[in-house]
Write a protein that binds this ligand. Structure first.
Ligand code: PHE
Length: 346
C-alpha cells in the first residue's frame, strides 16, 4: 500500500466498486466492509496519506480521497440493502413457502357420535329440569358398591368385572356410583340430576362389549315421587329422542340399589315393532335399567326414606348409538378410525 502511487486512487476505487458488486450475500458484504471501509480498512490508509503529501497537493488529494470514500460508502449502503432483500427471498425459499400458491381449504372436524348423543340426551333432560352432575371415574369402592346396597359378596364386585386401582378404589363400573355423591350434596332437599360419563369393566372385548363405555344416569328424589313418575319421565324422554309415536314398556328386573327394579324397552327403531333381526323379532329393544331408589341407598345419601322417595335410571350410550345407526360392532367407537367417524360428521 505504501508504495502505491497517489494517482492510483481512482483505480483502487473502480476495483473496490467492482468487487462490491460481487458481494451478494451477508458474509461477502461484511468481508468487503472490513477490507475497505472499516477503521482498519484501505480507505483509512488513503486518508492517512493525505498528511504526507507536499503542501500544495494536500488539499486536492484530500478532496479526491473524500470523493472516493463517499462513493464507496454510498455504493456499500445500496448493496447492503440489495443483499438484505436477497437474503429474505432465500430464507423464504428455504422454508419452501410459495406465497403465490392458492391457499388450502380448511377441513372441518365433527363430533364423535357418542358425544352427539350424550349432548342430545342431556338437552332432553335439561328441558325437564335435570341438572348435569359430574362424579369421579376413579371411585371409592364405597360409592361404586357398598353404599349402593351391594354386599361384599355380590357377583358384580367380582374381580372379573371390576378394575381395582387399590383395595379401596376402582374405576367406576357404572354411573350409579355418583348417586350417593349427588344425594349427599342435595339432602335433605329434592334432587334432579343426570350423571353422564365413561364407565369401565374388566371384560373381554367383543362385538358387544368393551372395557370402557358411556352411561347416563338419572336420579330424582323428592317427597311425592312415585313409580309412575319414572314411567312419565322415560316416556317423554323416549318420545323426544326417538319420535312422537314412540312407546315404552317396563319389565320386572333386579338391581341391588333399586326396589322395585325394572328394565325399560322401546319399540324397535328399525322395524317399528313388526319384528326384525336387530330386535330378535320381539319388536322391542332394551333401553335401560331403572327403579325406585332403595330405602337403604336413600338413607346412605342422607335422606329419611320415610319422608322421600326416588327414581333412578341408567342407560348405555354406545348401545343407543348402535341402535340408532344400525352399527353392529361396539369396538368402532374407540378405534378412532376416520372412515367410521366421518360418517357422523354433520
Ligand atoms: N347401574 C345399572 C347398570 O349399570 C343401571 C341402573 C341405574 C339400574 C340406575 C337401576 C337404576 O346396569
Amino acid at each position: 500500500m505504501q508504495e502505491q502511487p497517489e494517482n492510483d486512487l481512482e483505480t483502487y476505487q473502480d476495483e473496490a466498486l467492482a468487487t462490491l458488486a460481487l458481494a451478494t450475500d451477508e458474509k461477502g458484504i461484511e468481508a468487503w466492509y472490513r477490507k475497505h471501509l472499516a477503521p482498519s480498512g484501505t480507505m483509512n490508509q488513503w486518508r492517512k496519506r493525505i498528511g504526507a503529501q507536499p503542501a500544495e497537493q494536500r488539499k486536492a488529494f484530500g478532496a479526491r480521497v473524500n470523493t472516493a470514500a463517499t462513493a464507496l460508502a454510498t455504493a456499500f449502503e445500496t448493496q447492503k440493502r440489495a443483499v438484505a432483500a436477497l437474503e429474505l427471498e432465500r430464507s423464504i425459499a428455504r422454508q419452501s413457502v410459495d406465497v403465490t400458491l392458492p391457499g388450502r381449504s380448511l377441513t372441518s372436524g365433527g363430533y364423535h357420535p357418542v358425544t352427539t348423543i350424550i349432548r342430545e340426551v342431556e338437552r332432553v333432560f335439561h328441558e325437564m329440569g335435570f341438572l348435569t352432575f359430574e362424579s369421579p371415574h376413579a371411585e371409592l369402592d364405597e360409592f361404586n358398591f357398598e353404599l349402593l346396597n351391594m354386599p361384599a359378596d355380590h357377583p358384580a364386585r367380582d374381580m372379573q368385572d371390576t378394575f381395582y386401582l387399590s383395595d379401596r378404589t376402582v374405576l367406576r363400573t357404572h354411573t350409579s356410583a355418583g348417586q350417593v355423591r349427588a344425594m349427599r350434596i342435595y339432602a335433605p332437599h329434592p334432587v334432579r340430576v343426570i350423571l353422564p360419563g365413561l364407565c369401565y369393566r374388566h371384560e373381554n372385548i367383543t362385538l358387544r362389549s368393551e372395557i370402557q363405555f358411556h352411561q347416563i344416569e338419572g336420579l330424582l328424589v323428592g317427597k311425592s315421587v312415585r313409580l309412575s313418575d319414572l314411567k312419565g319421565v322415560l316416556l317423554s324422554f323416549a318420545r323426544k329422542m326417538f319420535g312422537r309415536e314412540q312407546r315404552i314398556r317396563m319389565r320386572g328386573s333386579y338391581f341391588p340399589f333399586t326396589e322395585p327394579s325394572v328394565e325399560v324397552d322401546i319399540r324397535c327403531t328399525l322395524c317399528g315393532g313388526a319384528g326384525c333381526r336387530v330386535c330378535k323379532h320381539s319388536g322391542w329393544l332394551e333401553l335401560l335399567g331403572a327403579g325406585l331408589v332403595h330405602p337403604v341407598v336413600l338413607a346412605n345419601g342422607g335422606y329419611d326414606p320415610r319422608e322421600v322417595r326416588g327414581i333412578a335410571f341408567g342407560m348405555g350410550i354406545e348401545r343407543m348409538v348402535m341402535l340408532l345407526h344400525g352399527i353392529d360392532d361396539i369396538r368402532h367407537f374407540f378405534q378412532n378410525d376416520l372412515r367410521f367417524l366421518r360418517q357422523f360428521r354433520s
